[in-house]
Design a protein around this ligand. Structure first.
Ligand SMILES: Cc1cc2nc3c(=O)[nH]c(=O)nc-3n(C[C@H](O)[C@H](O)[C@H](O)COP(=O)(O)OP(=O)(O)OC[C@H]3O[C@@H](n4cnc5c(N)ncnc54)[C@H](O)[C@@H]3O)c2cc1C
Length: 484
């Protein structure tokens, strides 16, 4: 493909013009604050993956300019795309709006077409994952977003009416902020979901699919991969392509899931309507989708099955895993199987207690288990029960009223919000709608919190619009006329 740097420059110029026409970013309006002589941020965003970037961009567009996003990863390595995502292309269709926030010039399509032209766009099937990362890097650059990389937020605490963050890495110390957004990704609030049968098994013999796995070390080895989802396929394929001796997919189900249900009904109705539904309906949708399961993409599945040394073992539930001197003995519903290494593509959990930076918050966070779930909704499902019970702008709610009121200033803008808000804070399709919902809520709450100051500003404002020479008071004339 030919690359046209001038095409990109033209797009960027057009974008700047559109921003100017729309008066974006809007003028700053949040009063400045200090704490112990240090400036206080209006909003800090933890995470500068796609959701963090969209949130920061939308905050800036809305005139909330004293904002920063911290990411523990180096610049250009945020999120899964060029780290632990092992697919070749995105699953999502190429034409999605993604984080474009309603601006045509900010879409992946505009970025791609500006460089490689319309024919290349027509020829493109799915977006290569590294190219999606390149687009996110451009998005951040072209909007000049305030992101600090190599900075990990290690502790979230409170100081009066502010949130106090401890950071380490390229920046160290304590940061104060009025609002906090957790754009911390798919592992969101928890971490890896690890099945009980792997507890106590040495990490020498297994990895989670989101771990940094040395696939070259698996050359010639017998590998088991648990699961039938996208990550199972991507990890199995990567092992096979790196010369694994044999790879078995251990799949509990009798059939492969084949229909992508939620994508099938995707619409603006789902995006904007799901979070307004009664809880029982929210549960029903998410529970049904979890029961029917999202299939792995066809291309990822073919990437595995094209290898003669790959096996799909269906109806193969794991009963127990035993560690031996040189490998694993796995008791399955199909009998005992021996492997050198296992990859658990078992997803992520919402258990807030798993992440040290959330330790001070975790005991106060109200989840669906704490009253929002009712048995009539259907069978209890552990990962749905763990989901945080969020307010309309993704803000946490307290388990005990009054025990941690500042939770209302911490917004859970990640995958864990799905049960309350629908899929608007994790996947590409509706992230702009999610960022819009988040920022409207933050805008309203900052304005309300400063209402006295805004009212004082109203009273103090004394720049005349009229100079006094635009009219003449005709009442004296009228009085004279009336007197005659
Ligand atoms: C393997 C894989 C493939 C996927 N493929 C697709 C796809 O094709 N289409 C799709 O729509 N979605 C896909 N997803 C979902 C995907 O996660 C999201 O679309 C996207 O990454 C969400 O962006 P995010 O900002 O929420 O999270 P992420 O991109 O994961 O970013 C979160 C960031 O938070 C940072 N962070 C976390 N904790 C801290 C801390 N304490 N301090 C500082 N920084 C911190 C991390 O370093 C990370 O960079 C995929 C997910 C995975 C795991």
């Amino acid at each position: 493909m030919t690359y046209a740097a001038d095409g990109l420059a033209a797009l960027e110029a057009q974008l700047q013009q559109d921003l100017e026409y729309l008066e974006l970013p809007a003028k700053s309006w949040v009063p400045e604050r200090t704490q112990d002589g240090a400036p206080v941020r209006d909003v800090v965003v933890i995470g500068a993956g796609m959701c963090g970037l969209a949130a920061v961009a939308k905050l800036q567009f809305s005139g909330i300019s004293n904002v920063v996003a911290y990411d523990a990863a180096p610049a250009g390595l945020e999120g899964p795309w060029v780290t632990f995502a092992r697919m070749e292309t995105l699953r999502s269709p190429k034409s999605l709006q993604g984080p474009a926030l309603g601006m045509a010039q900010l879409t992946f399509r505009a970025w791609f077409t500006a460089q490689w032209g319309k024919e290349a766009w027509q020829a493109l099937d799915k977006i290569p994952k590294a190219q999606w990362m390149d687009y996110l890097i451009w998005y951040r650059k072209v909007l000049n977003l305030p992101v600090r990389n190599n900075v990990r937020v290690t502790h979230i605490g409170f100081a009066g009416d502010l949130i106090a963050l401890d950071v380490s890495g390229a920046e160290t110390g304590r940061i104060y902020t009025r609002r906090l957004v957790l754009a911390t990704g798919r592992s969101g609030l928890g971490g890896f979901a690890v099945p009980d049968f792997l507890q106590g098994i040495s990490r020498q013999f297994w990895a989670h699919s989101a771990d940094d796995i040395d696939f070259s070390a698996l050359k010639g080895k017998r590998i088991a991969v648990i699961g039938a989802g996208a990550s199972s396929m991507d990890n199995a394929a990567t092992a096979l392509e790196n010369g694994a001796g044999a790879v078995d997919l251990l799949i509990r189900r009798k059939q492969m899931p084949r229909i992508n249900k939620m994508t099938g009904i995707g619409s603006q109705g789902v995006v904007h309507g799901m979070h307004q539904l009664p809880d029982a309906w929210k549960w029903k949708f998410v529970d049904y989708t979890a029961t029917t399961q999202t299939p792995p993409p066809r291309s990822s599945t073919l990437r595995v099955s094209r290898h003669a040394n790959a096996r799909f073992l269906l109806n193969c539930g794991i009963k127990a895993v035993k560690q031996e001197a040189d490998g694993l003995l796995i008791e399955t519903t199909q009998g005992a199987l021996r492997y050198d290494y296992l990859i658990a593509a078992t997803g992520f959990s919402n258990d807030f207690h798993d992440r040290p930076e959330f330790a001070a918050l975790a005991p106060h966070i109200r989840s669906w288990r704490d009253g929002r779930y009712q048995p009539e909704m259907g069978a209890p499902r552990a990962n749905l029960l763990e989901a945080p019970d969020l307010g309309p702008a993704f803000e946490f709610r307290e388990l005990t009223s009054g025990a941690c009121p500042l939770l209302a200033h911490i917004h859970c803008f990640n995958d864990a919000a799905m049960l309350t808000h629908g899929k608007v804070s994790g996947d590409i399709p509706a992230v702009s709608a999610g960022a819009d919902r988040l920022v409207r809520g933050i805008t309203a709450s900052l304005f309300a919190e400063d209402v006295e100051q805004h009212y004082a500003n109203l009273q103090a404002f004394d720049t005349p619009e009229l100079q006094g020479d635009e009219w003449v008071d005709s009442t004296p004339l009228l009085n004279q006329e009336n007197a005659q």
